[in-house]
Design a protein around this ligand. Structure first.
Ligand code: PLP
Ligand code: COI
Length: 362
């Protein structure tokens, strides 16, 4: 993939050696350790995108009055590079991330980045840090492209006139320490993540900043993640802190519809597509917490799972709210959840056919 911009490529003279890298890759955790290189591209109003480069990973020097620190004009993406059984390194649907990046950018009054440049930047980063793509089954290289407003000044009369796009990479094991172990989720009836007309569909840092108070509450309640509900009644399920949700009624899958207040997950979209091909009925709609609880009590709602780039497919085992608590099924991973997980990972790791051209070779 070649974009209009030409990337300057500098090798990191202090890149870590094989032994250290292998020690890290033996137990990478999630989002703690970063590879030897990063990508930067600058944007200036009137000039457009310029100074594209792959350079040694390292700290940034920014003026304390830089716009992003004060007004959070920022957004990011998340996707993974996988090492397949035959040795090929691939990314999963990077053009879908590029499109979502630009959707978020439009909402945040930030410049769009040509999709080919977005994808090329990730290809070059992964190529520079190829040896950091884990070989362990189920592990991957998590890619985090992001963009920040870099104009210096405290005025809010106009969006920033300069930006920096960057991409960094981090070897990743499972997002949840338990792997496929079911998670316990906390219903947030006190706080709201997003309302119509807001930024819920955009992957901007502010959505996550505003969510931490509820995520901390979830942890205090001995739960792994927060479940966000609609802004008006705190009744209808939207999504989790960092993943979308699917409800399994026997062979019917239901996921909350994209109303503009939740992130249009690429994993969600992929599952909707291939689950139908696996013979399951798929539906985008609405589900209340009462329907969730009653469905589990009567047995019609058999499984619930979360999905996302970081979380892959993770079963939800139990639910807790301020005034209620219940178990989903028998609290263990259900067969539909496991089948969906296996299919998704099979496509990503190259052990199942890629019927939709989702896998992008690097
Ligand atoms: N919802 C939120 C709030 C997220 O942060 C994520 C993760 O990116 C998702 C859903 C899942 O999106 P995707 O499948 O594109 O990773
Ligand atoms: C992702 O799955 O890529 C996410 O962004 C989720 C989380 C780490 C914020």
């Amino acid at each position: 993939m070649t974009s209009q911009l030409s990337f300057d490529q500098q090798r990191n003279p202090n890149a870590r050696g094989r032994e250290e890298r292998e020690r890290i890759l033996a137990n990478p955790g999630f989002g703690q350790i970063f590879t030897d290189h990063m990508v930067s591209i600058d944007f200036t109003e009137g000039q457009g995108w310029h100074d594209a480069r792959v350079e040694p990973y390292g700290p940034l020097v920014l003026d304390p009055a830089t716009s992003v620190f004060h007004y959070a004009q920022e957004l990011f993406e998340g996707l993974k590079a996988y090492r397949q059984a035959n040795g090929a390194i691939v990314a999963f649907r990077p053009f879908a991330n590029a499109a979502r990046f630009n959707l978020s950018a439009a909402r945040m009054a930030m410049p769009e980045l040509p999709e080919e440049t977005f994808v090329e930047s990730l290809e070059l980063l992964v190529q520079a840090d190829r040896d950091w793509v884990p070989t362990t089954e189920g592990h991957s290289l998590y890619l985090r492209p992001f963009i920040i407003a870099t104009q210096v000044g405290l005025g809010v009369n106009y969006p920033s006139k300069s930006y920096r796009y960057m991409a960094i990479a981090s070897p990743a094991a499972s997002y949840f320490a338990g792997g496929v172990k079911p998670v316990k989720v906390w219903l947030s009836t006190e706080y709201t993540r997003a309302a119509p007309g807001g930024t819920g569909f955009a992957k901007c840092g502010g959505n996550y900043a505003a969510a931490f108070v509820a995520q901390r509450q979830a942890v205090e309640q001995d739960c792994d993640q927060v479940v966000w509900l609609d802004a008006f009644e705190h009744r209808y399920v939207e999504e989790m802190g960092g993943m979308n949700l699917f409800f399994v009624f026997g062979d019917r899958l239901l996921t909350p519809a994209l109303t503009g207040t939740l992130l249009p997950g690429i994993t969600r979209d992929s599952i909707l597509t291939f689950a139908a091909e696996l013979g399951l009925t798929v539906e985008e709609g609405r589900i209340s917490i009462e329907e969730w609880q009653d469905g589990c009590a009567s047995g019609v709602l058999t499984e619930v799972f979360a999905c996302g780039t970081a979380a892959v497919v993770t079963p939800v085992g139990s639910v807790k709210g301020a005034d209620r608590e219940w178990t989903v099924g028998d609290g263990t991973p259900g067969p539909v959840t496991l089948k969906i997980r296996e299919e998704l990972m099979g496509i990503q790791y190259g052990t199942r056919p890629d019927n939709h051209g989702w896998v992008h070779k690097i």
